[in-house]
Design a binder for this molecule. Structure first.
Ligand code: ATP
Ligand code: MG
Ligand code: FE
Length: 345
């Protein structure tokens, strides 16, 4: 089966084609640089960029795959969660293609796509798979019974996502948006024990009450206060040490909670997805604890971690192969699409 996947939830306009489980084209255009000087994604600018890039990106994905639209069996598009204006451009474009070419269309959940995409590199999901989603907007632990039909949310962040926390500290340190990769780079040469960074919900009563949940707002506040204190005292900020301490603490919490979830569900496979899973400290820590606990950790190559069309095409392929009914012609976008909803009816 051949599925065209289209992505436009945030600042990437992307399209990809998957044929019989193999990625045969993958095109990504980003408006990231246009947002850099504002310190974050400006929805209006991102939406305009999608309107400009939609046709060039989709036609390149088809051309690279040596296919016409008439050759695909279905179109999949991210229906949420994401920025409403951005979703509207991608979904309208995809619906028009589906209508013109008389193809079924699936309005899929972008975040579940971050999980599904790992199959391209590691093959099908084993039974009882756990999934750690770490993206710009999400930090959640899921139990994946069937990626086309049913996922359970085991834990989630009670406040900020890990990616958000990194991006905010990065701003304080003067790094351009998105700050995550800059923290990653500086952390490599810093001392991870230089600064004490709290590990939210890992100790005492709150940990007992929330064994699989996360909290990163305390981390953000503690690091911000520390930086402000040093600045007030006239000290130079040891940027590498701050980055290393932050990255180490966040990776630790994510890895320990993910392993606790695996133990609870008797799962020996952990899937990791979302833009933050590009983080090298997290990748290293997860492999380490995975070996310790006998859990196979599946983190895809970086290009599959950040937003792309392959993740959408892959989940679309799973839906089609499972005989799930396509979305209706008038399916809506949902900027807050819940993780338990895999596809729009
Ligand atoms: P969502 O998928 O929740 O809708 P999103 O699509 O905006 O959110 P992604 O593109 O999946 O988010 O991830 C972007 C996030 O990943 C940003 O917060 C960015 O800083 C972070 N990120 C990317 N690379 C790295 C890295 N090497 N280290 C840390 N963070 C990183
Ligand atoms: Mg992006
Ligand atoms: Fe994403």
């Amino acid at each position: 089966i051949t599925v065209l996947g289209i992505e436009s939830t945030c600042d990437e306009t992307a399209a990809a084609v998957i044929r019989d489980g193999r990625l045969i084209s993958n095109v990504v255009a980003s408006s990231m640089l246009e947002h850099a000087r504002y310190g974050g994604v400006i929805p209006e600018i991102a939406s305009r960029a999608h309107a400009e890039s939609f046709v060039p990106v989709v036609s390149k994905a088809l051309a690279d795959a040596n296919l016409d639209l008439s050759d695909v069996d279905a179109i999949a598009v991210s229906a949420g969660p994401g920025l409403a204006g951005c979703l509207a451009v991608g979904v309208s474009g995809a619906k028009s293609l589906a209508w013109a070419a008389k193809k079924p269309i699936y309005g899929i959940n972008h975040v579940i796509g971050h999980i599904a995409v790992t199959q391209l590199q590691f093959g099908a999901f084993p039974e009882d798979t756990m999934a750690l989603i770490v993206s710009g907007g999400h930090t959640s632990l899921l139990h994946v019974r069937d990626v086309a039909r049913h996922v359970d949310v085991v834990g989630t962040t009670l406040d900020d996502a890990a990616g958000e926390c990194f991006d905010k500290i990065a701003r304080l340190l003067g790094f351009p948006y998105p700050g995550g990769p800059h923290i990653d780079k500086h952390a490599r040469t810093g001392d991870p024990h230089a600064i004490r960074v709290p590990k939210g919900l890992t100790q005492g009563k709150s940990a007992a009450k929330h064994p699989y949940d996360f909290s990163f707002s305390g981390v953000k506040t503690a690091v911000a206060r520390w930086i402000e204190g040093e600045e007030a005292a006239g000290h130079a900020i040891p940027v590498d040490d701050v980055c290393a301490s932050l990255a180490d603490s966040v990776a630790d919490v994510l890895a320990e909670k993910a392993m606790a979830g695996c133990a609870q569900y008797g799962s020996d496979t952990l899937i990791v997805g979302g833009g933050f899973s590009a983080n090298s400290q997290l990748r290293e820590k997860l492999q380490q604890v995975g070996e310790r606990e006998g859990v196979q950790v599946r983190i895809p190559r970086i290009a599959l971690c950040t937003d792309n069309g392959a993740m959408v095409a892959m989940l679309g392929s799973n839906l089609l192969a499972s005989g799930i009914a396509p979305s209706s012609a008038d399916f809506p976008i949902d900027s807050a699409m819940p993780l338990t909803q895999i596809v729009m009816p």
